[in-house]
Design a protein around this ligand. Structure first.
Ligand code: ZN
Length: 698
C-alpha cells in the first residue's frame, strides 16, 4: 500500500473497538451526583449544557443551540439525577418480559422452560443454602493441579464443562460461503469488547492510561469478590491482582479486534483478516503447549473447515502457558469458572438494617431475570418474546423498510459524490446492494429451543445443573451450524440480542438492530414516520456508514477482506475526516479541555453521515415538520452527566451527546433553510466551513 495517511494521531486504538460493543448506544458512564455544582465550565452553552449545573437559566433559541433548546425540559428535570434518555428507557424490556413470565395465560414450550429456570433462580433460600457447593468440585479440581500437564488434563476432560481460557463463536469469512469458528482469548478481568479491554492496547497518553486502569479495576471488582467468596482474604486477592493483570496483558493485547487498524495504513485490517485463517493443525502448531484441539472438540467446534484467530495472540499465549506461570493460570481458571457461574449462585443478601421480606422479592426478581437473560440461557427467548409481545408484528417490517430506504438514499448520495473514483463508487454501491438487514432478529432466524428439556426442582433439578444443560444445548446448536451456508447472522450469536445495541458488522456486511435497542423511545406502533426517522433512523444511518469508513471499506460486499476504496480514495477519505476532526479539536468542552477530534473521528464521521442521510430522506416528505425532526433527534440523545464524569467520557469514542446533534446539524442546509439559522446565530457556520464527507457538497 502506498498511502501512509492515518486517521489517527494519538490514542486511536479504541476508535473501532467499541463499534461492536456500543455503537448506537453509549458506553455507560457512572455518574456521581454532585449537588451544588457551580456551573463553571467554559465553552458555548451548546457545548456544556449536558454537564450538571451548567444549564442556562432559560432555554436558548433553537438557532443558538438546537440540542439544549429541544431538550431543555429533560436537562432541567435531571439536574440532580444525571441520566440519559436511552438509559431511562432501558428497563422497559425487562418489565415487559417479567409481565409475560408472570402471566400464566401465556404458554408455550420455550416460555414453560424459561419459567422452570426462572423459578429456580428466584428460590433465594435454596440458592443461599447451596452457595458455591455445586461449583466447588470444579474449583477443587483446579486447586489440585500442580503442573501444566495436569492443567491440560483437567481442561481436556469431558466432565469439566468449562473453557476458562479460550472463547469460540461462529463467524463467517465470506457471506457466499459457510460458517466457520472464531477462536480467541477468554480474558478473565475484562472482555476485549468492553471498555476496559482497551487497556490491553498500548497508549502513551497518561490520562487515558489512568482512565483505562480505573476502568479495568472497576470491571475486575466482581471477579475479586468471587475470589473472596471462594475463601481468599482481601489481602491475598489484592496481592494477586498485579500478576493476573500482567498475565492478561501479555497476551490480551493481541487478542484481536480491529481498533488498532484505524491507525495503520489502509488495507492493513484486510491483510490481517486474510492472514487470520487457520486449519486445526495450523492452530495447534501455533499454540502447541495448550490443549487447543481437545478444547475445541469439547466446545463442539472441532469440525470447522477452518478457524479465524490471531497468530500473535496464539504465540504469546503459548509462551505464557508454562509451569512457572501455573499459579496465576490456576487463579485465572477459577476466576473464569466463577464468573461464568455467577448469575446462577450466591444471590445478593438484603441489607441487614431493614426487614428482608420486601427486599427479597425485588432481589429474587432481578436475580432470576438476569439468570434467564444470558447468552447461554434464554436471552434469545427473551428478545423474541419482547419483539413479539411488546413491539408487535408491525415493528420489523416498518423498521426494515426504513433501513432499506436509508440504504437506497446512500446510493443516491454516493452517485452524487464527485471526489470518489467510479471504481470505488461502484464497489460501495455493491456493498449497499448486498447489505443484510438484521432488524430485530437475524435473517435466517435464531436456533430454536424446541429441544430444551430442563429438570424442575420437583424432579431434583438445580439451577447450575440446568444452566449446564442449556449451555450444552447452545454448543450443540452452534456445532450444527458449522460448515452450513452462512446467513450473515453471526453477530447475533456473539452478544445477547437483549442488549441495548445497534451496529454494523463488516465481516457479514450487515446492519444489526437488537430488540434490546428498540425501547419506546425508538419505536411504538403509533409513532410517526418522522419521529421514527429522527430517532432510530439516525442511528441506522450512522451504522450503515460504517460499511464504508476507514475500517469498513477494507471489506467487500461479501465480508471478504478486499478493500473497496482505491488507495487514492482512501487518502481523500482520510483528508475529509481530518477536517472534521480538526473542527472538533477547536471545541472547548470544559476549561482547558478540548474535544479530541482524532479520538472520536470514526464515530463523529458516522454521525455526520447518519445526519446527512436522514435529512436527505426527509426532503422527500412533503411539508415535513423540521422543528419536530430536530426535537426528536435531540430527545433521543438527551443526557445529563456530572462534571466528575468528564474524565471517564474521554474513554467514549463517541462525541458528547450534544455535539452529536449540534455539530452535525450545522453542516447541512436544513437548519438554515428550515429553522432560519443565519449569520450571528450560535448554530451558524459559514458555507465554506461546512464539512460533508459524501454527496454533492463534499
Ligand atoms: Zn458507530
Amino acid at each position: 500500500m502506498k498511502t501512509n495517511m492515518k486517521i489517527a494521531a494519538s490514542a486511536l486504538a479504541l476508535a473501532m473497538a467499541l463499534i461492536l460493543a456500543a455503537c448506537g448506544g453509549n458506553a455507560s458512564v457512572s455518574s456521581n451526583v454532585s449537588t451544588g455544582s457551580s456551573g463553571k465550565l467554559a465553552g458555548k452553552p451548546w457545548v456544556t449544557s449536558i454537564f450538571q449545573g451548567n444549564l442556562p437559566p432559560e432555554a436558548p433559541a433553537a438557532k443558538d443551540d438546537i440540542y439544549t433548546h429541544f431538550n431543555y425540559e429533560y436537562l432541567a428535570s435531571h439536574q440532580s439525577q444525571p441520566s440519559t434518555a436511552i438509559q431511562d428507557h432501558a428497563a422497559e424490556m425487562r418489565e415487559a418480559n417479567l409481565a409475560t413470565i408472570k402471566d400464566s395465560s401465556k404458554t408455550g414450550h420455550d416460555l414453560d422452560q424459561l419459567r422452570i429456570f426462572y423459578e429456580q433462580a428466584s428460590d433465594l433460600e435454596t440458592l443461599r443454602k447451596t452457595g458455591l457447593a455445586d461449583v466447588q468440585p470444579f474449583l477443587d479440581r483446579i486447586n489440585a493441579v500442580t503442573s501444566i500437564e495436569e492443567m491440560n488434563a483437567v481442561l481436556s476432560s469431558e466432565d469439566f464443562p468449562f473453557s476458562p481460557f479460550v472463547l469460540s463463536y461462529m463467524t463467517l469469512a465470506d457471506t457466499r460461503d459457510v460458517n466457520i469458528v472464531n477462536v480467541g482469548a477468554n480474558l478473565a478481568l475484562v472482555d476485549v469488547v468492553t471498555i476496559g479491554g482497551a487497556y490491553y492496547q498500548d497508549t502513551n497518553d497518561p490520562q487515558l492510561q489512568q482512565s483505562m486502569e480505573n476502568a479495568i479495576r472497576n470491571e475486575a471488582s466482581l471477579a475479586m469478590v468471587d475470589l473472596m467468596t471462594m475463601g481468599m482474604s482481601g489481602d491475598e486477592v489484592n496481592a494477586a491482582f498485579p500478576s493476573i493483570l500482567a498475565f492478561e496483558k501479555a497476551h490480551g493485547k493481541y487478542a484481536g479486534y480491529y481498533g488498532e487498524y484505524s491507525q495503520k495504513e489502509f488495507g492493513a485490517a484486510a491483510k490481517a483478516a486474510r492472514d487470520s485463517h487457520f486449519t486445526m493443525s495450523e492452530l495447534c502448531s501455533a499454540c502447541p503447549n495448550f490443549p487447543m484441539k481437545a478444547t475445541l472438540d469439547k466446545l463442539g467446534k472441532g469440525a470447522s473447515p477452518e478457524y479465524v484467530s490471531t497468530r500473535e495472540w496464539l504465540e504469546a499465549f503459548n509462551g505464557l502457558w508454562t509451569d512457572s506461570n501455573i499459579e496465576v493460570i490456576k487463579l485465572i481458571a477459577k476466576i473464569n469458572v466463577l464468573a461464568e457461574t455467577r448469575p446462577y449462585r450466591n444471590p445478593p443478601t438484603p441489607k441487614q438494617d431493614s426487614k428482608a421480606d420486601g427486599q427479597d422479592v425485588a432481589i429474587a426478581e432481578s436475580f432470576a431475570y438476569e439468570a434467564c437473560n444470558q447468552q447461554n440461557t434464554f436471552a434469545i427467548v427473551l428478545a423474541q418474546t419482547y419483539a413479539d409481545n411488546t413491539l408487535g408484528a408491525d415493528a420489523k417490517p416498518r423498521l426494515t423498510k426504513l433501513s432499506q430506504e436509508l440504504v437506497d438514499t446512500y446510493k443516491v448520495v454516493m452517485k452524487n459524490t464527485t471526489w470518489v473514483s467510479k471504481e470505488s463508487q461502484q464497489r460501495i454501491i455493491e456493498k449497499l446492494d448486498n447489505m443484510t438487514l438484521n432488524i430485530l432478529e437475524p435473517v435466517g432466524g435464531y436456533y430454536d429451543f424446541s429441544g430444551v428439556k430442563l429438570t424442575s426442582s420437583a424432579q431434583g433439578g438445580t439451577l447450575i445443573g440446568n444452566y449446564l444443560k442449556l449451555k450444552q444445548y447452545r454448543l450443540d446448536q452452534e456445532s450444527k451450524m458449522i460448515g452450513q451456508p452462512a446467513v450473515a447472522a453471526s453477530p447475533w450469536f456473539m452478544i445477547r440480542p437483549t442488549e441495548t445495541n445497534a451496529f454494523y458488522d463488516s465481516t457479514s456486511n450487515s446492519i444489526n438492530v437488537y430488540p434490546g435497542y428498540v425501547s419506546s423511545l425508538m419505536y411504538t406502533k403509533d409513532m410517526s414516520d418522522l419521529d421514527l426517522l429522527a430517532g432510530v433512523g439516525f442511528i441506522i444511518g450512522h451504522e450503515i456508514s460504517h460499511g464504508f469508513d476507514y475500517q469498513g471499506a477494507q471489506f467487500d460486499a461479501y465480508g471478504t477482506p478486499n478493500p473497496v476504496f482505491t488507495d487514492a480514495d482512501a487518502s481523500s477519505f482520510v483528508q475529509k475526516c481530518s477536517a472534521l476532526a480538526s473542527y472538533y479539536n477547536g471545541i472547548e468542552v470544559a476549561p482547558d479541555v478540548m474535544a479530541n477530534g482524532q479520538y472520536v473521528i470514526t464515530e463523529a464521521a458516522a454521525d455526520l453521515c447518519g445526519m446527512q442521510v436522514t435529512l436527505e430522506l426527509l426532503k422527500k416528505v412533503e411539508n415535513a415538520d423540521y422543528e419536530q425532526f430536530f426535537a426528536k433527534i435531540s430527545n433521543v440523545w438527551a443526557r445529563v452527566v456530572s462534571e466528575a464524569a468528564l474524565s471517564e467520557l474521554t474513554l467514549d469514542v463517541h462525541p458528547l451527546n450534544n455535539l452529536r446533534i449540534n455539530v452535525n446539524a450545522q453542516m447541512f442546509d436544513s437548519i438554515y433553510d428550515k429553522l432560519g439559522v443565519s449569520e450571528g446565530d450560535a448554530m451558524y457556520l459559514a458555507p465554506d466551513k461546512r464539512i460533508n464527507i459524501w454527496g454533492a457538497n463534499a
